[in-house]
Design a binder for this molecule. Structure first.
Ligand code: FES
Ligand SMILES: [Fe+2]
Length: 371
């Protein structure tokens, strides 16, 4: 048998990539003058909004003796640690006051920093930039700034609606992500009488192309059993509908569907919480059905159903993964998963050597599978 026909053994490394923006909390759950706990890449965070509504993110550990800062007092501007009352500016983490110092003690309070993270609100979420690990002595260094803004959903018109949903999954970031880009599980996991069954399986052929840090399923007429497509057909000529799906490191999946002046876009992220735990967040924006009252609800119902089916599957998968079984990736259905691992490796290699990233895809590639 030629080597290429053998399934490749493969074990996800569950490595979490730093130097990227991650979704932390839904924006509508974070209120002014309040503190919230969140975890990203095993880093405990305290997140909140100042009195003007500006979000912030600090490491949830006081640089003095590690007391969780979310237990402290927050006046809408400074956060006071609950142990010895040190006060920190919530936006840059700079220490403002150490109450135990006497007038003649000249310690430079402003040289001390609580761990602080670049933080932005974008498309229904508070995003946090997780920089590469800082060298020791970080308690005396200001934070690392993000090189770019948090990812945004592209909107094609001024007026649109949007909604989000999320689900937690007890698997590593890698299983979360390859589950997201896996075309072969559809007929088995996402069955519903009003949707599709195993009998609807048919051969598919799609073109993929490299894009910076990721790959794109080139614009095509969507599969006749995709959710938004079924609804879109009510609005536009089936042939005028195109969809594009991008995956970009570390965890961004964008699906854009366009039909004349109508559009539907979703940005799905799988966020590493810990090594063995991730969360999927879907934010969708659209300009169709805006005037039809029940459609957004219906759309959310359909999406929630899909996400719940994926979540349930991964919960079961986690049981099987407990004892580190051997795993494999096969062609062509698992090729996107292979690209994901190759992209990750190429990204890390480029970072290690300080050279430009070598994209693992040679150019345009056509994949075939049945689903
Ligand atoms: S531990 Fe926070 S002030 Fe001492
Ligand atoms: Fe799925």
């Amino acid at each position: 048998m030629p080597e290429l026909d053998l399934p490749q053994r493969q074990a996800p490394d569950a490595l979490m990539l730093t130097g990227f923006w991650y979704r932390a909390l839904p924006a509508d759950r974070v209120h002014r003058n309040q503190l919230y706990k969140a975890t990203l890449l095993e880093i405990p965070l305290v997140i909140g909004r100042d009195r003007l509504g500006q979000p912030f993110a600090l490491r949830d550990a006081c640089p003095h003796r590690g007391m969780p800062l979310h237990c402290g007092r927050f006046d809408g501007e400074n956060l006071e640690c609950g142990y010895h009352g040190w006060q920190f500016d919530v936006h840059d983490g700079q220490c403002q006051l150490i109450p135990s110092l006497t007038a003649d003690q000249t310690m430079k309070v402003d040289r001390i920093y609580a761990g602080s993270y670049a933080c932005e609100e974008q498309d229904s979420f508070i995003w946090v930039f997780i920089p590469d690990p800082t060298p020791p002595g970080a308690g005396f260094a200001p934070r690392a700034e993000a090189p770019d803004a948090a990812p945004q959903i592209e909107k094609f018109t001024g007026k649109y609606k949007s909604a989000y949903l999320q689900a937690e999954m007890p698997v590593s970031i890698d299983h979360g992500i390859i589950g997201l880009m896996d075309p072969a599980h559809g007929p088995f996991v996402h069955q519903a009488w009003w949707w599709r069954s195993q009998h609807s399986i048919h051969e598919k052929k799609k073109n993929f192309e490299p894009i910076p840090n990721g790959f794109r399923m080139s614009a095509h007429t969507p599969s006749s059993n995709s959710a938004p497509y079924k609804l879109l057909r009510l609005y536009a000529d089936a042939d005028s509908i195109t969809t594009t799906i991008d995956f970009v490191l570390p965890n961004l999946r964008t699906e854009t569907i366009r039909a004349g002046k109508y559009w539907f876009t979703s940005l799905t992220t799988v966020t590493p919480i810990t090594r063995n735990h991730c969360r999927i967040d879907v934010v969708a924006a659209w300009n169709l059905f805006r005037w039809v009252p029940f459609v957004p609800g219906l759309l959310k119902f359909v999406f929630a159903k899909f996400v719940e089916q994926d979540r349930r599957t991964m919960e079961l998968q986690a049981e099987g993964l407990q004892h580190n079984p051997h795993l494999m990736l096969i062609d062509d259905a698992d090729r996107p998963a292979k690209w994901y691992f190759q992209l990750k490796a190429a990204h890390l290699e480029a970072k290690r050597t300080g050279t430009e990233m070598k994209h693992p895809m040679p150019g345009q590639v056509t994949l075939k599978w049945r689903s």
